[in-house]
Design a protein around this ligand. Structure first.
Ligand code: ZN
Length: 142
């Protein structure tokens, strides 16, 4: 059965990620500091390289891809829910090189920020909790 939760907007936190910080880790830290158990994130800016992942539905594993050049964050959106009792940010990103060629996928760890501005929407409501899902092999909302 699909999971859902009725949520209400509580507040928004806008800020920037310092140069050299890791994008996902930093934004996850902001969520933890602000006790965000359910929310939405968005970000724009640029990174010095990108780690993205693609979930291979047949192999049931993430294939990782490192794009080793500076990129503009065209769009990064994601959500916040709980995984093992802690705020967990699931985000997808598309980022463009100097020619405008875009790379996209599941935002990975160790993506160093050059400049990044984020908005985190904090919601109230029953938190969605991530648990292992047999049907997909992913950690989804239960
Ligand atoms: Zn994903």
């Amino acid at each position: 059965m699909a999971a859902s939760s009725r949520i209400k907007s509580e507040e928004r936190i806008m800020g920037s990620v310092p140069k050299g910080e890791m994008m996902l880790e930093y934004i996850t830290g902001i969520c933890s500091e602000n006790n965000i158990s359910i929310g939405r994130i968005e970000a724009i800016g640029s990174v010095t390289h990108l780690n993205i992942a693609f979930y291979d539905q047949n192999k049931r594993e993430y294939l990782t891809n490192r794009i080793d050049k500076p990129l503009e964050i065209v769009s990064c959106i994601g959500n916040v829910s709980l995984k093992q009792g802690k705020p967990f940010v699931h985000a997808h990103i598309s980022a463009a090189d100097a020619d405008g060629t875009c790379y996209g996928g599941h935002l990975g760890n160790e993506v160093p920020v050059f400049a990044c501005e984020y908005i985190i929407h904090k919601y109230s409501g029953d938190p969605l909790i991530r648990e292992y899902d047999d049907a997909t092999g992913l950690t989804l909302w239960s």
